[in-house]
Design a binder for this molecule. Structure first.
Ligand code: HEC
Ligand code: HEC
Ligand code: HEC
Length: 494
């Protein structure tokens, strides 16, 4: 193949990025000027109408997925609509906690897993939830906070109102603006009683006395108050509003996916200011070098061909047999979060995902719709091995587990070695994820299995990995993709 479809980052991309940053800066300062002018004219009168939180979530009785959820929704809805949100949340949580406190904590633990707080707030397994995970951005590194109930270094002294405000508005203690690396843009949709259940669970954790490293961003991004403008452009504050025309399962799925589970943080592409692109929701995006695939109902570019069972199986175990396996950041999502979801919630997520409006990026076949079994292995046996021969590298390094035909071993058993034919990573229109799987392997621990494929980044050179990848995509995957040694090198250290 002579036409690489792989994304390259030449110098012009850098220049474009710098230009984009300058445009962003200019926009921020223009908005600031407008804000000052506006403030001078309307300041005191406007204050009251700008600040109150949206109360939309309780006005309509939603169709809940189970009796327990019906009760929870009803408790919150029973409080008069003109009561402040804190009063309503308080009433909801009081009703719940008075009834059964251990249940509240258990529900909180479940919801904490749905929100995957662990993934971002645990840098060291011996200090769970104590923060310190570095999140790299184009403007510098943000470190996550300690959210254990430690009084000095954690959130032990926070009131429930302060915790709600952080989750719903992205505002920390003392009015400090939080960076959107904390997904408050999604958590804002979570009902107050669910946020307070999470708080109740976090309160039961052992306090860890640990101060994470200080966030280090370049000027002007180190000015937290500027997030006011970022929010104007990219943040829609307000609780999830159920759609009466949709089923209970759909609403529950939408509530989880758009809210706590924050799937869009990885699966929706970003705009110039790093906000989510509202015109291309769930259309797929880059995440730490990986491609978080298109999840829309498009038959070729998305997962429109997947059944509900396929989606449930993938989220519960990391495997949709004959279609996809979860590696990289998605393996972590499955291991830390979605494997713990109950079957009602998983089914609801599947129902909702299957209705996402299709967004096509031009693929002619689904990712899992490619591949022929290899039949040329006997021919290779007589040949002397060369340095970067894709088929030989495959037989030498991969065939012991994935079979020389590429069809895998063990079919769809929990610890099977998957087929490389009809696999979404091998058939994707960009080979990024395939190269990353070869470089880093696959690790995923769930209740179902302790899945492990070794990484080959140490043994194989860039030339060898490029040759191997191009053999795999030609034989088992999308033959239109092509990768060079330089691109493999770029993926070694994204
Ligand atoms: C995608 C990563 C990510 C996830 C997931 C995440 N957080 Fe965070 N969180 C952050 C970052 C980054 C910060 C620090 C933001 C800053 O410094 O402005 C933060 C800050 C916070 C703060 C403010 C703490 C302070 O001292 O100001 C709270 C509270 C919080 N997170 C709670 C949670 C809870 C509860 C969950 C799960 C429901 C969660 N976070 C999930 C990234 C994450
Ligand atoms: C931290 C980033 C991240 C988050 C959060 C995330 N995903 Fe993913 N997702 C990925 C990546 C990366 C892949 C590709 C995995 C691979 O190549 O094996 C992926 C793959 C998938 C796939 C398989 C698509 C295919 O064709 O193979 C599905 C389905 C999926 N994600 C659903 C979800 C859902 C539902 C959520 C929310 C509950 C979610 N993801 C949250 C990063 C993420
Ligand atoms: C020791 C056994 C073993 C070897 C050797 C091995 N693999 Fe794997 N491979 C696995 C396992 C286990 C999985 C993950 C299965 C799962 O997700 O349930 C996997 C998954 C994969 C996937 C799917 C990843 C995804 O996200 O969909 C690809 C592609 C793959 N391997 C390619 C290769 C290639 C190429 C080689 C040779 C360089 C190789 N494997 C060598 C065991 C192996």
């Amino acid at each position: 193949m002579t036409k690489p479809t792989f994304r390259v980052q030449p110098a012009s991309a850098l220049a474009r990025q710098r230009r984009a940053q300058r445009v962003l800066l200019a926009t921020i300062f223009l908005l600031f000027a407008l804000y000052l002018v506006g403030h001078a004219f309307f300041g005191p009168r406007q204050a009251a109408s700008v600040l109150p939180l949206s109360a939309a979530w309780a006005d309509e009785a939603p169709a809940p997925a189970s009796a327990a959820r019906a009760a929870a929704f009803a408790t919150a809805a029973a409080v008069p609509a003109n009561a402040s949100e804190t009063t309503r949340a308080g009433a909801a949580s009081q009703a719940l906690s008075a009834a059964a406190s251990p249940d509240l904590v258990k529900r909180g633990q479940y919801l904490t897993r749905v929100g995957d707080c662990m993934a971002c707030h645990t840098a060291d397994k011996s200090r769970p939830f104590a923060g310190g995970v570095p999140i790299k951005t184009p403007f510098g590194t943000i470190y996550t906070s300690n959210i254990t109930p430690d009084n000095e270094t954690g959130i032990g002294r926070w009131s429930d109102t302060e915790f709600l405000r952080a989750m719903h508005e992205g505002i920390g203690r003392d009015g400090k603006r939080l960076y959107p690396a904390f997904p408050y843009t999604e958590y804002t949709r979570v009902l107050p009683q669910d946020v307070l259940a999470i708080r109740a669970y976090l309160n039961t954790l052992a306090p860890v006395h640990f101060t994470p490293p200080t966030t280090d961003l370049k000027f002007p991004f180190n000015q937290r108050w500027l997030m006011v403008f970022w929010n104007l452009l990219n943040f829609d504050e307000g609780r999830f509003v159920p759609q009466p025309s949709q089923s209970a399962a759909w609403n529950r799925g939408a509530y989880l996916v758009q809210g706590l589970a924050h799937c869009e943080e990885c699966h929706t592409p970003r705009n110039l200011t790093e906000g989510l692109k509202s015109g291309a929701r769930f259309a797929g995006a880059a995440q730490e070098g990986w491609h978080a695939f298109n999840l829309t109902s498009d038959k070729n570019s998305g997962i429109g061909g997947w059944s509900e069972d396929d989606i449930v199986s993938y989220l519960a175990s990391g495997v949709a047999p004959g279609r996809a396996n979860a590696a990289g950041p998605m393996a972590q999502v499955v291991a830390d979060s979605t494997q713990y979801l109950d079957s009602v919630d998983l089914r609801s997520i599947a129902v909702y995902l299957r209705t996402l409006p299709p967004v096509s990026s031009g693929e002619s076949r689904p990712r899992d719709g490619w591949g022929q079994p290899a039949n040329d292995v006997t021919a290779l046996r007589g040949q002397a091995p060369t340095g970067a021969h894709g088929a030989q590298l495959f037989v030498a390094n991969c065939a012991s587990c994935h079979h020389w035909s590429g069809q895998g071993i063990g079919a769809s058993a929990p610890l099977a070695y998957p087929s490389l034919l009809h696999n979404s990573v091998v058939g994707a229109s960009s080979a990024d994820n395939l190269v990353l799987v070869i470089l880093k392997g696959v690790q995923r621990t769930t209740r179902h299995a302790d899945v492990f494929m070794p990484g080959f980044g140490e043994q194989l050179t860039n030339d060898q990995i490029a040759a191997l990848t191009n053999y795999l995509t030609q034989q088992f995957g999308n033959p239109q993709t092509w990768v060079s040694a330089a691109q493999v090198q770029a993926l070694r250290a994204p």
